[in-house]
Design a protein around this ligand. Structure first.
Ligand code: DTR
Ligand code: CA
Ligand code: ZN
Ligand code: ZN
Length: 316
């Protein structure tokens, strides 16, 4: 801070003075000790990929998948939970039964913030039985995990309360996320300001799709991509096909990102995003070839950074 110019203070100094006089945070201002506007960190894509390598190893060691009710699912949940516990999150494992098998959701709360304004981000952690599910949906799971770990590393103290979730049994019809939403009291449901969903964000022949369900959330993701100079399209095929649906049906504002599944990339899409027209966004969708080789690093990096950007922007 410059102290040499008499009669002038920086914006940072003004916030610090007001906070000190008020004895803490004031409405509409950052908490004491935090900058007025906190910028989201760059999420290291190498860290996200390291989580994918671990999820692949878990699948390989457990019959080749991480599906609901199988050992690979519980091992995936234990991996994510251990990282979050070590980083200072309050974790909760929610158990349910579906198709005669036990399933689990993992919920992680970052201590602090206004619990009447919860910003929630989630991804399904289960795969189909056919394969390891690294793009669907190790990609979203790893990006949300690394964003949560970045919150801890930054010591981020947002105005709103942050909650992260990893859903079980999405592939059986969003069973885990429906179980969670159905279990919320009306009051606790209304405390969720927004739910951000990340299901398939590292597709090998990627598109950049933004959910258009809530204007404020959509605008946030679009602003991030505008800053990169990467065009986006509205996500239309996924309506009701992932874990945001139970939230939306319960009246919670939702948003999210998607890089494409088994639909074929058009010539117009290849012209703006690169990649291969006439080929699926993810030709290994729900197949045994959905391994760590089935990831586009640029898409994973951009989308992981977009997760962090939205979490930061929407929580202060
Ligand atoms: N990710 C798929 C479901 C799916 C298909 N298209 C979209 C679009 C947006 C979100 C999800 C989807 C799955 O879990 O199988
Ligand atoms: Ca990054
Ligand atoms: Zn799937
Ligand atoms: Zn999925």
């Amino acid at each position: 801070m410059k102290l040499s110019v008499p009669g002038r203070v920086t914006a940072t100094a003004v916030v610090a003075t007001v906070s000190l006089l008020a004895g803490g945070s004031i409405a509409g201002a950052a908490p004491a000790g935090q900058p007025a506007v906190a910028a989201a960190p760059d999420i290291p894509v190498a860290n996200v990929k390291a989580h994918l390598t671990q999820l692949q190893s878990i699948a390989t060691a457990n019959g080749g998948n991480r599906a609901h009710g199988r050992a690979g699912y519980k091992a995936s949940l234990d991996y994510v939970k251990a990282k979050l516990d070590a980083a200072g999150f309050t974790t909760t494992v929610q158990q349910f039964t579906s198709s005669g098998r036990t399933g689990y959701n993992l919920i992680a709360d970052w201590p602090g913030g206004d619990t009447n304004q919860v910003v929630m981000s989630g991804s399904h952690l289960d795969s189909v039985t056919a394969g390891a599910g690294i793009n669907d949906n190790g990609s979203g799971s790893a990006a949300v995990l690394e964003t949560a770990l970045a919150v801890s590393r930054a010591g981020y103290q947002p105005t709103k309360h942050l909650r992260f979730a990893w859903w079980g049994a999405e592939e059986l019809g969003m069973v885990g996320s429906r179980f969670y939403v159905n279990g919320l009291s009306t009051a606790n449901r209304s405390r969720i300001s927004g739910y951000l969903n990340f299901d398939m964000i590292g597709s090998p022949n990627p598109g950049y799709f933004v959910y258009d369900d809530d204007p404020a959330i959509e605008k946030t993701f679009k602003a991030y991509y505008a800053g990169l100079g990467v065009p986006t399209e509205i996500e239309t095929e996924g309506d009701g096909r992932s874990d945001h649906a139970p939230f939306k049906n319960a009246g919670v504002p939702v948003g999210g990102l998607f890089s494409g599944a088994d639909y074929v990339k058009t010539a117009a899409q290849a012209a703006k995003w690169g990649g291969t027209s006439g080929l699926a966004f993810d030709r290994c969708y729900h197949s045994s070839c959905d391994t760590t080789a089935n990831i586009n690093d640029t898409a994973l990096d951009r989308n992981s950074d977009a997760v962090a950007y939205a979490v930061w922007e929407l929580s202060q």
